[in-house]
Design a binder for this molecule. Structure first.
Ligand SMILES: *[C@@H]1O[C@H](CO)[C@@H](O)[C@H](O)[C@H]1NC(C)=O
Ligand SMILES: *[C@@H]1O[C@H](CO)[C@@H](O)[C@H](O)[C@H]1NC(C)=O
Ligand SMILES: *[C@@H]1O[C@H](CO)[C@@H](O)[C@H](O)[C@H]1NC(C)=O
Length: 401
């Protein structure tokens, strides 16, 4: 039986078997997980000068200029959203950010830059600011906004034990709000043009495993096999990508899930002897990636003019892990910052818990890679410099088309 048929059959099963979970998801687009949002309170939007396409200088002019970068996701790309939320998942204290441009914590779950910072550079754009860090005016948003929130998942309740977070559906809703503000400010035609030429970067789903499925929340393991669960995630992703498409988004980068079975937390939890990865975790992630890649492929055929690429972080990360010495890493398993075996037992919460030099480490903390790894991942997304991990093309090629 072909994959396509399998997927169809399982999708049908999901829809008929679990209406309540799906209904739950729809609710998530309406209920805000936190009391107020800066930008939607004020009905008054100050007039702005008309948007012009040639503000920042850009090194390469060989592709259509990308006016903005919009980011959705979890802690892999959060750049400060959670600083405004009541949650344990915050990276607003040192040693987070110690190797960043400002050497200050920003909310990024890294010692330095996250992949979207490197990609913004490639696109000739400034670092994209977080949505909740905005003060209600829209002028800063024309070069992009980052809606990502650490702990968030595709499922509304994923990550709930950590506290507040902005779920994927809510992030999309926040973008739709931004889009409406743009229309009020620069008109519909200019807004459509801006959005359809911009890059939308989506990196979410791993918390649906870390904080939901693997923890057997809501008895999920009894109700869903891993295969059915990843079908459920993919059908949600599909729906959200279509929502973006309907507001004129055309260029999307969908990131696959990383091999968290190799992250220090799971090495500690599964009592890894010599740094071998938790296969049970990784096999679920691989299966999920397989389905997500297929979903993206389907959407590319279904949606006219859409250019969606799927980037397999798993593949690229495993290459770095396997060939870490060639890449210049001498510590492939132990985090730079944390406590316990592999520094995977306790989260990184103080500068004393951190190694002095993170450059040889693959892992910064329990779950997140170092700046050096993020740079390699971004290079691979951009042009497949080390590993071709994006399908059907890398980002640079997609923008040339
Ligand atoms: C909002 O922030 C921008 C710069 O970040 C600043 O120029 C502007 O005055 C601020 N507006 C308000 C109302 O605080
Ligand atoms: C998941 O949790 C339910 C109760 O919440 C329990 O009955 C079931 O055995 C658990 N499944 C697994 C695989 O641990
Ligand atoms: C696709 O692109 C063509 C050429 O730019 C345009 O005429 C057409 O309206 C677009 N279709 C959709 C659905 O965006």
């Amino acid at each position: 039986m072909s994959i396509k048929i399998l997927v169809l059959v399982f999708s049908a099963l999901i829809i008929s078997a679990r209406p309540e979970l799906i209904a739950d998801h729809h609710l998530s687009t309406r209920i805000s997980p936190f009391p107020s949002e800066s930008s939607s309170n004020s009905p008054f939007i100050p007039p702005l000068p008309p948007f012009t396409a040639q503000s920042p200088a850009i090194a390469s002019t060989s592709f259509t200029r990308v006016p903005a970068l919009f980011v959705f996701g979890d802690s892999s790309v959060d750049c400060g959203t959670n600083n405004f939320l009541g949650t344990l998942a915050r990276a607003d204290r040192l040693p987070y950010g110690r190797d960043f441009d400002t050497h200050q914590p920003t909310g990024r779950f890294c010692n330095g830059r996250i992949p979207v910072d490197f990609l913004a550079n490639r696109l000739g754009l400034p670092f994209v600011p977080s949505y909740l860090g905005q003060n209600g005016t829209i002028d800063k948003m024309f070069q992009g906004v980052n809606y990502a929130s650490a702990g968030a998942g595709i499922i509304l309740s994923s990550g709930s034990e950590l506290g507040q977070r902005v779920s994927f559906a809510m992030q999309i809703e926040q973008f739709v709000d931004t889009f409406q503000q743009m229309i009020l400010s620069i008109g519909e035609k200019a807004s459509n043009r801006l959005v359809s030429n911009s890059v939308f970067y989506i990196s979410i789903g791993v918390n649906d495993y870390i904080h939901f499925y693997i923890r057997n929340m809501s008895n999920v393991q009894n109700l869903y096999s891993p295969w059915l669960f990843n079908q459920f995630l993919a059908s949600n992703m599909r729906q959200e990508l279509k929502t973006l498409y309907n507001v004129k988004v055309r260029k999307m980068v969908v990131m696959g899930l990383p091999p968290i079975g190799c992250a220090p937390y799971y090495l500690w939890k599964y009592k890894s002897q010599n740094g071998e990865c938790a296969e049970e975790v990784n096999s679920m992630i691989m299966e999920s990636n397989f389905v997500m890649r297929y979903t993206v492929d389907q959407l590319n055929h279904e949606l006219p003019n859409a250019s969606i690429i799927y980037c397999d972080v798993f593949q690229s990360a495993m290459d770095i892990l396997k060939n870490h010495q060639l890449y210049g890493f001498d510590e492939p398993t132990e985090a730079c910052c944390g406590l316990g075996r592999y520094k995977g037992w306790l989260p990184c919460i103080s500068p004393e818990m951190a190694c002095s030099d993170a450059t040889g480490h693959l892992w910064w903390d329990q779950f997140h890679p170092t700046d050096a790894v993020n740079a390699i991942l971004a290079d691979n997304i951009w042009n497949g410099r080390h590993v071709d991990m994006c399908y059907p093309t890398n980002l640079e090629t997609m923008l040339h088309a």
